[in-house]
Design a protein around this ligand. Structure first.
Ligand code: HEC
Ligand code: HEC
Ligand code: HEC
Ligand code: HEC
Length: 231
């Protein structure tokens, strides 16, 4: 009896030893195949000054697959008709409710991602700067037209689209400034983008990899002085 117990416990010990050794070598084997990738939620490191380029890039593929609604396209003419000059904040071309005093969420309901607005029969342009929540600090409704006498104000001439390639087929330079234009897809993609500048390749994501800003010399318009007669 004792002998038999001894043999059984010897087998049990051998079995446990086998499991332990096997497990140990299995773990060692696993470690050898271990690659120390750090878990990261960031896509990659982005140059801080180019961060805006990626602001809407999660929607890039959706934009690429979106059909063009021929009947409700904006044009560059329509775009500039609503601006005092190139770079000026566009006026609000539609009625706004009184309680929409500051803006923020009320405006972002339509302008955060755009989309067709039945009552204005147009696509809402996507706001390039949703973080500037005090919308009506800069955007005012159009209340009057034709009340101001034209004067000799030298307006900033808007750059032209379609003539900015060095060679046919090469990426056009960015003809406008980057400030207030960081978020490329907001103006260049989707149904509210003016048709002349709607990008054919929103899915390329890293716009500034190929498109470089215009570094041409600016013309100095001098210091603006108000002409006061009795001075
Ligand atoms: C019900 C949806 C809706 C709401 C709410 C709304 N908008 Fe709009 N907005 C539109 C649409 C649609 C257009 C395009 C009109 C057109 O092109 O004729 C537009 C156009 C504009 C434009 C002109 C953009 C351009 O490029 O010319 C500005 C500026 C603007 N809205 C600002 C605002 C502000 C500020 C608020 C909040 C006080 C606001 N909107 C609330 C739908 C909306
Ligand atoms: C600090 C001033 C300022 C604030 C605040 C501001 N905007 Fe603008 N916005 C501008 C300027 C300037 C432009 C014109 C940029 C350009 O075309 O060069 C513009 C352009 C736009 C456009 C036109 C985009 C296009 O397709 O051309 C929309 C729409 C717009 N803003 C909506 C809003 C909304 C909605 C808010 C509030 C969440 C807001 N803005 C807050 C200054 C401002
Ligand atoms: C506020 C709206 C707006 C934003 C944001 C914007 N653009 Fe533009 N872009 C325009 C307009 C409008 C034109 C047409 C020329 C003009 O009037 O400035 C244009 C023209 C261009 C052109 C020339 C197209 C041609 O056919 O010649 C390129 C390239 C371009 N933009 C690239 C960019 C890139 C890259 C970004 C992001 C860094 C950007 N844009 C952000 C409005 C915008
Ligand atoms: C891999 C390089 C590359 C990247 C990345 C790229 N583009 Fe382009 N882009 C080009 C080339 C090349 C052209 C000229 C296309 C032609 O003439 O057929 C062009 C043309 C354009 C035009 C003129 C209209 C058109 O579509 O032909 C606009 C606007 C534009 N790009 C905006 C953008 C924006 C916004 C982004 C970021 C989403 C972007 N591009 C990313 C290479 C690039």
């Amino acid at each position: 009896m004792k002998k038999r117990l001894g043999i059984i416990s010897l087998f049990i010990i051998l079995f446990i030893a086998f499991i332990a050794v096997w497990n140990f070598s299995y773990q060692i084997g696993k470690e050898e195949a271990y690659i120390p990738f750090e878990r990261s939620t960031e896509v990659s490191s982005i140059i801080p000054s180019e961060k805006g380029v990626f602001e809407r890039s999660e929607h890039a593929l959706d934009y690429a697959n979106m059909p063009v609604d021929e009947n409700h396209q904006r044009s560059l003419k329509h775009y500039y008709d609503n601006r005092a000059y190139h770079g000026a904040p566009p006026s609000i071309p539609h009625p706004i409710k009184d309680e929409m005093t500051i803006g923020a969420n009320t405006c972002l309901k339509c302008h955060e991602n755009g989309g067709f607005t039945e009552k204005f029969n147009a696509y809402a342009p996507v706001v390039p700067h949703p973080e500037l929540v005090n919308c009506r600090q800069c955007h005012v409704p159009t209340n009057a037209s034709g009340v101001f006498r034209p004067f000799e104000h030298r307006s900033v001439v808007a750059p032209k689209a379609g003539i900015n390639n060095a060679l046919a087929g090469s990426p056009p330079i960015i003809p406008h400034q980057i400030q207030m234009h960081e978020n490329c897809l907001s103006c260049h993609a989707g149904p509210s983008a003016p048709k002349e500048i709607r990008v054919t390749h929103p899915e390329r994501i890293n716009c500034r990899q190929c498109h470089v800003p215009n570094n041409k010399e600016m013309t100095d318009i001098g210091t603006f002085k108000r002409a006061i007669s009795n001075e």
